[in-house]
Design a protein around this ligand. Structure first.
Ligand code: NAX
Length: 331
């Protein structure tokens, strides 16, 4: 780990940002490294970041380096090692006089944002920078950003760790164990209700969860749909989308990328498909990942997918292909 690291967070004045940003500098996520923060917001909101910067100063974080806040993404991107791209326009708001309700509208609007951010990351971000897209539709936003960046030494990911953490929690409750005992909880496909939480490759005590849970009805009618729909369930219960759990998942992804993965585990994020597991090339798909001891992020390629898993993955891949088609003018 470097002695000093620069981290850019967009959407910094949002719900997830408020929970995420302090924990980037708490000495846990990046270890004993000085963290320079570059916080980005849209022009209408950027002045609010002064208040957040004041709170960070007031919080006694020995690992805090500098704090910059800006609405100029290119300026923020200069020399950055990590990009947490949280900011995006949510569904349901009025944008340029039109209420954004369709996923296709969301894809176009946010896609445009990710073209500009991607270009700036490719040009000004560090070689070997890592980019985690949280803002939805995360997989396709990441695809657009990656293409615009056109920098093969940088690693683009879209976040599926929250889905993986949700799945671990449900399995741990069912198996009466601690969440940390569930290993290899892979989320395949899109961060959307078509995602496939893979209970067959998930392990507890080195045994497939599929063998430990005999109640197949629970898997099909409770576990899989509830992981897929958990985001909506939180919105219904809380009146706002997941924030603290999303922030924790982003931090977990950073930690997973910064530390070598143990041989009995993997982590989940969507990365660019190179044809692994027969997923078509050129989409950002959730895969099982590992960080090598030298810090490379790689797809784990030796797992088996059952016919059931394969058909569920295919559904999600079809959705990703149709999203790609919807934004082809941006690629
Ligand atoms: P908020 O609406 O609270 O905050 C978003 C912030 O982004 C706002 O302050 C807005 O001004 C800012 N923003 C918009 N466009 C921007 C741009 N071009 N540059 C910089 N900032 C910009 O939303 P929040 O609850 O924080 O959620 C943020 C995003 O995370 C949403 O797109 C949401 O759908 C997505 N999520 C993704 C999850 C995942 O697992 N991948 C789970 C949680 C969350 O739903």
């Amino acid at each position: 780990m470097k002695n000093e690291i620069k981290v850019v967070v967009t959407g910094a004045a949002g719900q997830i940002g408020y929970s995420l940003i302090p924990r980037l500098i708490d000495g846990n996520t990046f270890g004993d490294t000085t963290v320079n923060l570059s916080l980005v917001e849209i022009p209408q909101v950027v002045s609010k970041l002064e208040g957040l910067a004041m709170e960070l100063d007031d919080s006694y974080f020995p690992n805090l380096g500098t704090i910059d806040y800006t609405d100029n993404f290119s300026e923020a991107a200069d020399g950055a090692d990590w990009f947490l791209l949280v900011g995006s326009i949510p569904r349901g708001i009025v944008y340029n006089g039109k209420k954004i309700e369709e996923r296709s509208d969301l894809l176009q609007i946010n896609g445009g944002i990710f073209v500009d951010q991607g270009k700036a990351i490719g040009e000004f971000g560090n070689e070997n920078a890592k980019i985690l897209v949280v803002g939805n539709p995360a997989n396709t936003n990441a695809l657009i950003g990656r293409k615009a960046a056109n920098n093969s030494s940088q690693t683009w990911m879209a976040m599926t760790m929250l889905d993986s953490n949700r799945a671990k929690s449900m399995l741990a409750k069912k198996l009466s164990c601690n969440v940390s005992e569930i290993k290899k909880m892979i989320i395949w496909g899109n961060h959307s209700p078509t995602m496939y939480p893979d209970f067959e490759n998930a392990l507890k005590d080195n045994q497939s969860v599929a063998n430990l849970i005999e109640d197949t009805n629970w898997i099909d009618s409770h576990f899989i749909p509830n992981v897929q729909q958990r985001g909506k369930a939180v919105i219904d219960a809380r009146g706002a989308s997941s924030a603290t759990s999303a922030a924790k998942a982003a931090l977990d992804t950073v930690i997973a990328c910064e530390n070598a993965t143990s041989s009995d585990d993997c982590f989940s994020a969507a990365v660019y498909s190179d044809g692994a597991y027969d997923v078509p090339e050129g989409i950002m798909c959730g895969f099982p990942l590992m960080t090598t001891p030298s810090g490379e992020i790689e797809i784990i390629r030796d797992l088996t997918l059952s016919d059931n898993a394969r058909s569920r993955l295919n559904l999600s891949v079809d959705e990703l292909l149709s999203e790609r088609e919807a934004v082809k003018d941006l690629l």
